[in-house]
Design a protein around this ligand. Structure first.
Ligand SMILES: CC(C)(COP(=O)(O)OP(=O)(O)OC[C@H]1O[C@@H](n2cnc3c(N)ncnc32)[C@H](O)[C@@H]1OP(=O)(O)O)[C@@H](O)C(=O)NCCC(=O)NCCS
Length: 147
């Protein structure tokens, strides 16, 4: 069944609802403070936090964090409330993120999926994303400012 959703930019007061959504979608990890991630994103000129809301619901139903680093576009925190999963909202949120990047001339979008999140892998497969032959490596520069 399709669900009508409005997608808008983050606004004041969204944080608690987004954190609850991300917890329900098991996207929050002990080493990431989601509220700090939100604050860092909305303060960045090259990033946006898009929020999907179903009419009549007070809390965010879906989210996607999108941004670019001057070369590639990146997607994080794609989430759809469990009760609304399977209704096309994930696809819509990714399309909105892609539109945001296209409007800024970014030629390619990519994302990381935690090992074991086969649901996300199957979803991205279904909407046309391709596996890339890369290894992601990382080092913390400042653990206090979030992840
Ligand atoms: C991943 C997620 C955002 C997908 O959102 P969704 O609203 O359920 O997905 P959609 O309904 O838009 O599905 C789009 C397509 O993907 C397919 N799809 C979605 N989940 C799938 C799954 N687990 N297995 C196979 N196909 C799947 C759908 O069948 C649909 O294909 P179709 O258009 O050909 O029918 C959602 O499941 C979610 O929030 N998961 C938890 C958080 C998460 O893991 N986020 C990603 C972090 S990398």
């Amino acid at each position: 069944m399709s669900v009508a959703i409005t997608v808008r930019a983050y606004k004041d007061g969204d944080t608690a609802g987004l954190v609850a959504l991300w917890q329900a979608c098991q996207l929050v990890r002990p080493w990431n403070d989601p509220a700090k991630d939100i604050a860092f994103c909305i303060g960045s000129p090259n990033a946006a936090l898009l929020v999907g809301q179903v009419e009549g619901e007070n809390q965010p139903t879906a989210s996607v964090m999108v941004g670019h680093d001057g070369h590639r576009g990146w997607i994080y925190y794609l989430a759809v409330a469990p009760i609304h999963q399977g209704s096309g909202l994930g696809r819509q949120m990714v399309e909105k993120a892609e539109d945001w990047l296209k409007a800024r001339g970014v030629p390619k979008v990519q994302l990381m999926i935690r090992t074991g999140n086969e649901q996300a892998e199957r979803f991205y497969d279904a909407i046309g994303y391709e596996h890339q032959a890369v290894t992601v490596m990382a080092r913390w520069l400042n653990k206090d400012t979030g992840g």
